[in-house]
Structure formats: C-alpha cells, structure tokens
Design a protein around this ligand. Sequence first.
Ligand code: APR
Length: 228
Amino acid sequence: MNQKENIVVLTGAGISAESGLSTFRDSGGLWENYSVYEVATPEGWEANPELVLEFYNQRRRKVAEVEPNAAHLALAKLEDHFDVTIITQNVDNLHERAGSTHVIHVHGEITKARSSADPALITPIGSADINIGDTCELGSQLRPHIVWFGEAVQHMEESARFVEQADKVLVVGTSLSVYPAAGLVDYCQAAAEKALVALEVEQFPSGFEFYQGKATEFVPQIVQAWIE
Ligand code: APR
C-alpha cells in the first residue's frame, strides 16, 4: 500500500467569497465597513460588547444562509486520493460542510462560543446568536470563539509541522497580509508543487505558481490535475 502524498491547503476569505461571504480587504470588504478596532480587538470587546456580539451574530446568521462552493467541494474530493490538511484563516464552517474532515482553524470558529473567563471553555452554538447575559457554566459572559487582533493565533505549531511535511501546497483566497498565519508559506521547502489562487496578492511567496482568478474556476482544475 503506497503511502498517500500529503497535501496542505491554506485558505482565506477569498475561498468563501463566491459562496456569498464578504472578504476583509477587497473593495466592499468587512474592514471597509467596520472598524477592525471596534469589532475585532479585546479593547473593542471591553468598550462595547453589544456591538461586537451583533457584528458576529450578523456574520454567523449569514454563514448559515450560504453553501459551500465548487472550490470547497473540490478540496473535499482531494481526500479520496491524498492525506489532506486544510489550514484555514476562515471562521466559517464551509470546508466541513463540503466534506473536508481535517480542518484546522487558526483564527477560531464562528459556530462556537467561548467563556470570557476561561478560553478553554468552548461551546458549539451553530447559527445561534450570542447576547449580553448569555453566560458560560462559570457565570461569565460568552464571547465569539474568534481570535481577535492582539490575541494568540491557534494551532500554529501544529500547522507549521503539517506544511513542512507537505508534498504539495495549495494557497487559496488569502492576501497573505496577516501574520503569523501568512508566514506558514515559508515552511513549505519540501513541497514539489506549490500553487496560489487569488484575484490579486500583496505578498507573493516564492516558488508558487500563480493562478490569478476565481477559486471556483481554478481550484477544481488544480484538484483534477493533482488527482490524475
Ligand atoms: N477567488 C479567489 N480569490 C479571491 C476571490 C475569489 N472569488 N475573492 C477574493 N479573493 C482573494 C483576494 O484577491 C485576496 O487575496 O482573497 C483574498 C482576500 O484577502 P483578505 O480579505 O485579506 O482575506 P484573508 O487573507 O483571509 O484575511 C486574513 O485577516 O482580518 C483578518 O482574521 C481575518 O482571517 C482574516 C485575516
């Protein structure tokens, strides 16, 4: 039984754009319409928890209304032929709903709530709102299980190990502008094949073949080529 090749896929908001979820830095993106400081920092949470809860309640409801797209589905299909690890900066659950079974969320998950007293206390909430007065079993206010700017990104050590061992690396829909997640591309020395799909990229990682265009167009093509 020959060992399956390892594939790591690093995804960002662009892979969910065609499902109808806003990206952050494209024109019309979330950071054009909201202050990052007010809704995505611990200070913003302290200053106005209602505003922060409503920002994520709106995004959580939207995630429940949309569907995975052809790019998510193609990545799920890869698992029939390779050992696939998806490392995503996205907080949506579209990879899981498309059928991917090994998904690492480095910026948290919008379908989960977290105790504001104990970050290890995490509760799945699906598409439900979190409101002021919703408390964890310790009696503290629930917050979104999202990594805010200034907070520790999750699973980075584990993610870097997977990238180091990847035979193929595919980067989809990320501007590679937020560290340390963006720095994961620097670990893929072993990969014989490296592909990047985006509409445009600020920091171009060396050694990657660039497919400039939509995820639903290029990801199925690349997946098909890798399977054949
Ligand atoms: N197909 C492919 N790529 C796309 C598409 C599409 N349909 N639409 C947009 N893109 C690309 C853009 O070209 C850009 O490179 O997706 C990327 C979106 O970049 P950002 O909006 O910066 O999203 P992301 O890289 O995921 O942001 C990283 O920033 O605010 C934080 O925590 C937040 O996880 C997020 C992190």
